[in-house]
Design a protein around this ligand. Structure first.
Ligand SMILES: [Zn+2]
Length: 158
């Protein structure tokens, strides 16, 4: 089973089951790498999520369809990439974006909301001090105890 993911799914703090194949577009990867969680996610995305560019033909097909459905104005170039890659791979798109889901439906591309259970595990983020090792639930610039830098770590939801 193949899945194409969008950036919001990654930001929601999920991890990706090894029994499926995970894909994202270069544009989604860029979006993630600009974000705060980039450092922690670098390893995750390099190891378990393949990056692939959709073909121009499929991009065009998505644009045409989105114009017909009226979703074109609400879709970013990244959203169009995601849809085109889903079409190309015959993959299921994982996204909570309503316009992505709508265009996927019209083209017969499978999709699921990122929050759906079973395929991903939900994590909470918390922060750990690089100096003293204390854990914090809130993000802060520096450790209130020792002043060292905090880094985000995943905590599995109970
Ligand atoms: Zn500390």
């Amino acid at each position: 089973m193949k899945y194409v993911i969008d950036a919001t799914v990654i930001r929601s703090g999920m991890t990706f089951s090894g029994e499926f194949e995970w894909y994202m577009t270069p544009s989604v990867k860029d979006e993630i790498m600009r974000g705060k969680l980039a450092r922690d996610l670098e390893l995750l995305t390099d190891i378990s999520i393949k990056t692939m560019e959709p073909s121009p033909e499929n991009l065009e097909k998505i644009r045409e369809t989105a114009e017909k459905t009226g979703d074109i104005g609400r879709l970013s170039n990244t959203d169009i990439d995601i849809l085109a890659l889903g079409l190309e791979l015959g993959a299921t798109i994982l996204s909570d974006d309503y316009s992505i889901q709508n265009v996927a439906k019209v083209l017969g591309i499978d999709y699921r909301g990122g929050a759906e259970k079973g395929i991903t595990e939900v994590y909470n983020w918390h922060w750990r001090c690089r100096g003293c090792g204390r854990f914090f639930d809130e993000e802060a610039k520096e450790c209130p105890v020792c002043g060292s830098e905090l880094r985000s770590v995943r905590k599995k939801k109970q």
